[in-house]
Design a protein around this ligand. Sequence first.
Ligand SMILES: C[S@@+](CC[C@H](N)C(=O)[O-])C[C@H]1O[C@@H](n2cnc3c(N)ncnc32)[C@H](O)[C@@H]1O
Length: 233
Amino acid sequence: MTAPGVFDAAAGTYDQARRRLVPCFDDFYGTAVDLAVPPLRAAAAAGRTPRVLDLGAGTGLVSVLVGTAVPGARVTLLDGAPAMLAVAVGHLSARGIDHEIHVADLCDPLPPGPYDAVVSALAIHHLDDAGKRDLYRRVREALVPGGVFVNAEQVAGPTPALDRRYHEVWLAQIGARGSDAAEIAAARERMSHDRPAPVRAQCDWLRDLGYAEVDTVFKAWRFAVFTGTNPSA
Ligand SMILES: C[S@@+](CC[C@H](N)C(=O)[O-])C[C@H]1O[C@@H](n2cnc3c(N)ncnc32)[C@H](O)[C@@H]1O
């Protein structure tokens, strides 16, 4: 089964476990929103409809946070799992957030922009490194000048020993938050599709691709939020 297929099958229970499985949930997603919001508000101040693309949007967690923070924003959600997007549509509609959905693969051409912000959470690590890099190239092309890319991501440790430590710490943290054996087994099954890369390498790719203002703004073990801006000139 593909990664979107695995998530599609789990769509009905996905939201319930989020805070247990992402121990740094508030800082992780909060940082992503803090990074995405300024160019969206700038677009609104300039009289344009702010536009944000959420890659691997799933049940719309990031889309809801960003759409709530910037009233009037139009959110475009892309995911390969239609059942996950169906849950997202419910969340967005209930909050009156303007949205459109695209059932597509992350390797497909992106929905037409341009976007003031492109965000992604816990999705791009399902691509191999060539796929990640190519997506980062296409994201920059889809951004307005001054637009921002934000990736809140699961990353690999910089060495095998640190990567093993990341995993041990995560297991201890989710156990302490009440994840039971079944939840951990299901998460592990989804993680068998993971191909995470170290955050430092991914920031280097962004710089190589011409992004400015590249930084890892938040990191807690395997959870990192990194960003780059499409330069204005
Ligand atoms: C862990 S979920 C994250 C969902 C959401 N961004 C969040 O933070 O809760 C990963 C999502 O990425 C999607 N995904 C993984 N690989 C994909 C691919 N190659 N193309 C499209 N979507 C993909 C899955 O279907 C799933 O909805």
